[in-house]
Design a protein around this ligand. Sequence first.
Ligand code: 13P
Length: 240
Amino acid sequence: MIDRKYIIANWKMYPITVNEVRDFLSFFTDVKCPQGLDAIICPPFPYLSLFDQSNCFKLGGQNCSDKDKGAFTGEVSAFMLSQLRAQFVLLGHSERRMHYHEANDTIKRKVVLAQSCGLTPVLCVGEPIEVYQEKKSFAYIQQQLSETLSSEIDLTKIIVAYEPIWAIGSGLTPTKEEIKAFAKAFKDEYDLPILYGGSVNAEVASMLAAIENLNGLLIGWASTQPDEFKKIIFNFSGNN
Ligand code: 13P
């Protein structure tokens, strides 16, 4: 798993209409994903079923419940996602932590449930701007990971996505050198795939393509723009 590359689209709640999703999919009908790379779309839940086999995308959820079933209005279980062909699920995104008060122990339960349903969790971690300014980003991420990665979790089936909170949707990114140093420090300590996310576009994807310890990208807004997303996939894989 660690040699693969992952380009993951987090569509958040951006695509408003079913037709927008259909247009996106028809743009990609004849596009073949580069070898050794998984291009994964995480659409809003109701749009998962619009994906058929006419493109090279794999599917993921943007979240799942920390309960397996029952009277939990508004929740979507990991098992339900797996029924709609999802193979991945984003967990612990900073927007979930911030707006829905998700704490590490809840996220840990979600990771365990997701794995029990055959999904690969993409565990999102990232520091606020003050922590970055104090140059304590890595220690902050170590803490998030130590509170989440319990012994019940299968470490051969999990991906970590590093998304500095201040880089999300801001047009700001850490420098290439900072991301390179982060990925190296991460790999010295954890034997897990590591992705970068936060204001990724086609240009940033080219810049990050050569970082040897980086296994992929997690993309928000730019992943809803078909032409830009295609460039991101091919720029990162070096097949442009
Ligand atoms: P942007 O790419 O829009 O900055 O969002 C990043 C993100 O939150 C992906 O999960």
